[in-house]
Ligand binder design. Sequence first.
Ligand code: NAD
Length: 333
Amino acid sequence: MQEPRYRVLVTDFVWPSTAPEREVLGEIGAEIIEAPDPSEDTLTSLAEDADAIMTCFAQVTERVVRSAQKCQVVSRYGVGVDNIAVDTATSLGIPVTYVPDYCVDEVSDHVMALLMAWNRQVGFYDGVAKQGRWEGVTSPVPLIRLRGCKLGVVGMGRIGRAVAGKAQAFGLEVLAYDPYIAERHSAGAGVNLVDLPTLLSESDYVTIHTPLNDETRGLIGANEFQRMKPSAFIINCARGPIIDEPALVEALRDGQISGAGLDVMEEAAPPADHPLFGMDNVIITPHIAFLSRQSVLELEVRTAKATADVLQGRMPEFLVNPAVLPHSRVKLN
Ligand code: NAD
């Protein structure tokens, strides 16, 4: 059998197999090595021999990147790159790729699913119906007509904009906070651009769609919850640490806000006795907002293609760190 031209380390994945990746990368003579576990020690050792690294949720730390001395590209299966030591990769000449638009439909649908589940009290009524209680039952949280309610979107990027459009179709008025977009963008989307305190105090629903970085870590904490309506519902399908979790628990306990819908939490796999798991006014899904049969296949194929592109000296579809270009290990055209 011929020696593979490239070795591609897959640190972790949350789908049945890497067959679609193998098909794409096989065309350029690349072999896939699946890490047996995503610990830093394992990845550091396997990275030594890797020409490329593809990663989903595993931490590709500074130590892992430094040990990857032959590595020509780190490709993120996904949107956020907060699990990759991007600055280190840039300084060492390693391009980092990502797929920022593969699940905009799924995540924005998921936000609407959480919002609608709360607005129609689906969890509560599902429970009582199955207990045979069909008459005279009213949910502790009253049913409010959605049309005319206000949704505050924090971060008007790809997903935030998609959520805004879907919410408008349900008759919600949309406020947005995003210090990095021009007013004309939001006006075009029929959205009122406001500052964060205004968004928090006026919204019936608040949904977070910023990246996780030093500026947004803990963006929503005790002060922010105090500004919100006691009837407000907060949704986080972005990254857990953007919300200060102990402050959220307190706000929910003290009735500063009414409920929360979370697809992400501070820890990737929170302990079973986490206080949020015991709360009736919290809906939680285990980081699956991106998931659909179509989105995952698209993610696998496009991440593999981006990896193959860089290995062969082509510019990938989406590059995270253009600052790498003048000194990248492989010249990209
Ligand atoms: P994006 O880059 O298209 O948009 C992010 C927006 O946030 C930008 O408009 C930016 O200007 C804005 N922003 C940055 N800093 C801000 C701040 N301090 N305050 C307010 N706005 C700020 O990203 P996206 O594709 O819309 O993704 C949004 C989030 O969703 C990311 O955190 C991503 O990791 C997460 N995500 C989660 C899932 C999931 O399965 N739960 C899937 C995909 C993406």
